[in-house]
Design a binder for this molecule. Structure first.
Ligand SMILES: [Zn+2]
Length: 199
């Protein structure tokens, strides 16, 4: 295997694979045979979904494959629909480990260079459970931080299975999409940390 999902964070990988229904062994943070087997199975399923729903650019692929399987399906349908509307969209962020989320939280805080990009610490974002992604819109390969096309992407791509961050009153987050689980974040976290299947 080339690049391992979630790098050196084996404990996070095990939690993720447990909540995805593939890993049933101890959460010991050691990359053993059962972890490898679960990851291989997960990656096979991810590939089947890519074959069925179509693949995208390498960055989108990497991020989509970091999501829970249901989120992978929904993300691929979403991205296909948005691209069919001639919007040059990519999925520029998928699942983040708790450690990665904490690093992001530190940006713009505690004397670190800004800007602040998130209000969530590790375990406080749906990105930490494999059910959220961020879209980036590009023009001629150049990333657009602000563009009316973020609104347009939501207009064409939003379905009943999805919640769009652009609709959040207090902190609109237009690149952000997540599966509608009907669950509060704390409950999703409890399931994730308790090794239950989320979606
Ligand atoms: Zn997001």
């Amino acid at each position: 295997m080339s690049l391992r999902l979630f790098g050196e964070d084996v404990l996070f990988l095990q939690r993720f694979l447990t909540s995805a229904g593939f890993y049933k062994d101890e959460l010991d943070g050691r990359y053993g045979e059962n972890t490898d087997k679960a990851l291989t199975e997960f990656e096979q399923k991810s590939q089947e979904i890519a074959d069925e729903f179509g693949a995208f650019d390498p960055r989108s692929e990497r991020n989509i494959r970091s999501l829970q399987l249901k989120a992978q399906r929904v993300a691929r349908v979403f991205l296909r629909t948005v691209r069919d509307a001639e919007i040059e969209a990519r999925i520029i962020s998928g699942t983040r480990t708790y450690a990665e989320q904490n690093n992001l939280f530190r940006q713009g805080r505690f004397g670190n260079p800004g800007p602040k990009v998130t209000k969530a610490r590790g375990g406080q974002s749906n990105h930490n459970f494999g059910i959220a992604w961020d879209v980036g819109i590009f023009r001629g390969g150049e990333y657009l931080d602000e563009s009316p096309l973020y609104q347009k992407a939501a207009e064409v791509g939003l379905t009943g299975e999805l919640e769009w961050g652009g609709n959040w009153r207090s902190f609109p987050d237009r690149p952000h999409y997540q599966l509608s689980t009907g669950l509060k974040l704390a409950m999703v976290r409890e399931k994730f940390e308790g090794g239950q299947v989320i979606v």
